[in-house]
Design a protein around this ligand. Structure first.
Ligand SMILES: CCCCCC/C=C\CC(=O)SCCNC(=O)CCNC(=O)[C@H](O)C(C)(C)COP(=O)(O)OP(=O)(O)OC[C@H]1O[C@@H](n2cnc3c(N)ncnc32)[C@H](O)[C@@H]1OP(=O)(O)O
Length: 278
C-alpha cells in the first residue's frame, strides 16, 4: 500500500543518481530527494578502515548534495553489519588500532551529527558497530529473526560513552545499563518491545518504505528548523565526544592492545570461524 507520506514525497519510478565507493553505493531518487546508502562489503559488512572511510565519504556526499534524507541499509541478504572487523583488531599494531578507531569515530559523528533525517532499514543482524550505526539514526525498521545490540563486554572490551549515546537516546537508563553490562544482543522482537527499534517489517522493501515514510513526516517542516532542533537534542553528547576524542583513541589503543584483550579477540574469532564452517 502506498502511504500518504510517500505520496507527499512523490515516490514513484523516477530517475535516480548513483554514486559509489568500493564498499558503499548511494542511490538518490530524483523525485523524493532521499538517498539510500547501501553497505556492500561481503560477507558481513565488517568495518575495516577502508569500509569506514567509504561510509564516511558517502554520508558527507549525501549531506553536501542537499538530499532530503538518508536511509542506511545493507546489500547483504542477512547481515546489516557485523561491527568492527575483528581481523583488523587482532594482532594489529598500535598505529593500525588507532587508525581503525579514529575512522569509527569519524563515521559515528558524521551520522549521529547529520542534520538530515536519518533512518536505518535493518535488513539483517546488527551487533556491536552495526548497532552503533543503526542507533545513530533517528528511526529503525528491522527484519524478524535477527539480533541487534552492543555486545562489547562479551568481547572483553568497553563501549565508551559516545558509543553508548545511541542507546541512551533511545532506551530508558536502567535498561541501557543492564543491556550494556550484559553485552546483550536483542532479538528483533525483544528490540521492538524495548523500544530499540521502531517497527518490525517483513522484507527489505517494506523496511525501505517505512524509512521513506518516516522521512516523509518532515515534508512540511522547515529543514533548517528541523535540523537545528535535532542537533540541539544531540549537542551535549557531541560536545562531550569532541572533548575526549583524542584521549578516547589512546584509551582504545591501550585497551585493545593488552594481551588479555587480544586473547579474548583471538578466541572469539576462532569460535566465529568454527561456527561458520559447521
Ligand atoms: C577496546 C574498546 C572497544 C570499545 C567498543 C568497540 C566497538 C565496537 C566493537 C565491535 O564492533 S567488535 C565486533 C563485534 N561483532 C560481533 O560480535 C559479530 C560477530 N559476528 C557474528 O555474530 C555473525 O557473523 C553474524 C553477524 C551474526 C552473521 O552470522 P552469519 O552466520 O551470517 O555469518 P558467519 O558465518 O558468522 O560469518 C561469515 C564470515 O564473516 C566472519 N565475520 C563475522 N563477523 C566478523 C567480524 N566482526 N569481523 C571479522 N570477521 C567477521 C566470520 O568469521 C566468517 O568468516 P569465514 O569463517 O567465512 O572466513
Amino acid at each position: 500500500m502506498m502511504h500518504l507520506n510517500l505520496l507527499r514525497l512523490g515516490a514513484c519510478r523516477v530517475p535516480s543518481r548513483l554514486m559509489s565507493t568500493k564498499s558503499t553505493s548511494v542511490e538518490i531518487n530524483d523525485k523524493t530527494g532521499v538517498a539510500i546508502l547501501s553497505m556492500c562489503r561481503p560477507p558481513v559488512n565488517s568495518q575495516n578502515v577502508q569500509f569506514l572511510r567509504d561510509l564516511k565519504s558517502s554520508i558527507y556526499e549525501i549531506e553536501n548534495n542537499k538530499s532530503r534524507g538518508l536511509i542506511l541499509t545493507s546489500a547483504n541478504s542477512n547481515v546489516f553489519s557485523a561491527g568492527l572487523d575483528i581481523l583488523e583488531m587482532y594482532n594489529a599494531d598500535k598505529e593500525q588500532l588507532g587508525t581503525l578507531w579514529t575512522e569509527l569515530q569519524n563515521v559515528w559523528i558524521a551520522l549521529y551529527g547529520s542534520g538530515l533525517p536519518t533512518a536505518a532499514a535493518i535488513n539483517g543482524h546488527a551487533p556491536a558497530g552495526g548497532c552503533l550505526l543503526a542507533t545513530a539514526c533517528e528511526y529503525r525498521a528491522m527484519l524478524p529473526n535477527c539480533v541487534i545490540g552492543l555486545n562489547e563486554t562479551q568481547l572483553g572490551i568497553i563501549a565508551p560513552k559516545w558509543l553508548m549515546s545511541g542507546y541512551q537516546n533511545i532506551l530508558p537508563q536502567r535498561l541501557a545499563e543492564r543491556a550494556l553490562t550484559q553485552g546483550r544482543l536483542f532479538t528483533t522482537e525483544e528490540a521492538l518491545k524495548a523500544g530499540l527499534i521502531d517497527e518490525i517489517v517483513n522484507s527489505k522493501e517494506e523496511a525501505l518504505e517505512k524509512c521513506l515514510n518516516f522521512i516523509g513526516t518532515f515534508a512540511k517542516v522547515n529543514p533548517l528548523a528541523r535540523s537545528l532542533t535535532k542537533l540541539q537534542f544531540r549537542a551535549a553528547n557531541i560536545k562531550e565526544f569532541e572533548k575526549i576524542r583524542q584521549k578516547d583513541v589512546e584509551d582504545f589503543v591501550s585497551l585493545a592492545s593488552r594481551p588479555e584483550v587480544q586473547k579474548v579477540m583471538g578466541d572469539y574469532l576462532e569460535n566465529l570461524k568454527k561456527k561458520s564452517k559447521k
